[in-house]
Design a protein around this ligand. Sequence first.
Ligand code: PMP
Length: 389
Amino acid sequence: MTEIKLTVQAPTLVNRDFVKPTLCGPGPCDVWPSVNEALTKPVISPICDEHFYVLDDIRAGLKYVFQTNCDTVLALSGSGHGGMETVINNLVGPGETLLVAKRGFWCERALEMAKRYGINTITTTVPMNETFSLQQLENELRKHRPTALFIVHGDSSTGIVQNLKSVGELCQRYGTLLLVDTVVSLVGVPFFMDDWKIDAVYTSTQKAFSGPAGISPVAFSDRALNKINNRTHQPPFYFDVKLLSQQWNCYGSTRVYHHTLSSPLLWALRQCLQEVIKETLPRSWARHAATTKHFLKRVEQLSLKTFVPKPEDRLMTVTTVVLPKGYDYLQFSKYMREKYNILIFPGIGQTVGKTLRIGLMGVNSTIQVADAVADAVAGTLIALKKSSL
Ligand code: PMP
């Protein structure tokens, strides 16, 4: 063999074994054992029948978890941010107006994305640990008549769940489309796309679904589809729902190639959906509520305060906890990992230095895990009190 001179030599990639922590941050969370297995199923070509059968199964499961009978339901390649990009750029064109109900970190992301697409953005805000009232949203809709309203259902940066009942009706009255982030709420918290008249929704698989990140379910109402079919702007090719819905055979016999979807992720999503179907949505919602309420009780017994004052505003997947004065949130989270091998997160964006973010969702939404985390929080409070206060 003639000698080939490489300009870059092969690196040494060392094995990086580590003891997996219990993933109790705001995501990702641990995966179902059955999903781990599904990830090793064979790769399938994006143009063969087996592949399209899997897409059909996933679409049926997604209609159930979104509670929608709409046809434009699919999953796109990418994490939750991909879903955010997709709902925004398919429905709001350059020069059109997006009203963002701004609280927490994820709305900042939506604003940043919208600005990059040349969309006019306007915001309405509330304090970090409160929700939006219908009156406040209506005032803004009446004043601006925006093309769309973007709102987060479950906010993992603050631990808030936004009541969405009647928001869709309100939007329809003002000719506005309603775009909703359910990344950290779907499957863990009740959500009804059709009943709540939501026009576009996205979620991700690494939270209450208990799957791996990288494939994001999205759904669009018929009103949203009408906009997609009549819009004059072109969204990015990779995220164009007009094209993706052909690949996913949303309306009939259009099984075409758009891009190569990741087979392991398709199998994993299909399995996540099977787990939800087996448990049923109402039972999954009840389990998340029971676990988080139990955890909140344990937290209160430690004389800790929750960041969200009103019980009805508390998200049942991610809990935000305020530490007594003198504790450092980052140090607290690091100690929990080092001593107990439990991963929790400090705040993000506006909530930095204000709260811990603890996720009990998916496979980790059990009383046993809630107790393990509460015991570790209690131990960490004592340990860091001695050493740092
Ligand atoms: N929205 C919310 C509410 C989230 O919690 C997250 C991720 N933590 C995202 C969007 C972004 O999702 P991803 O990291 O999967 O891109």
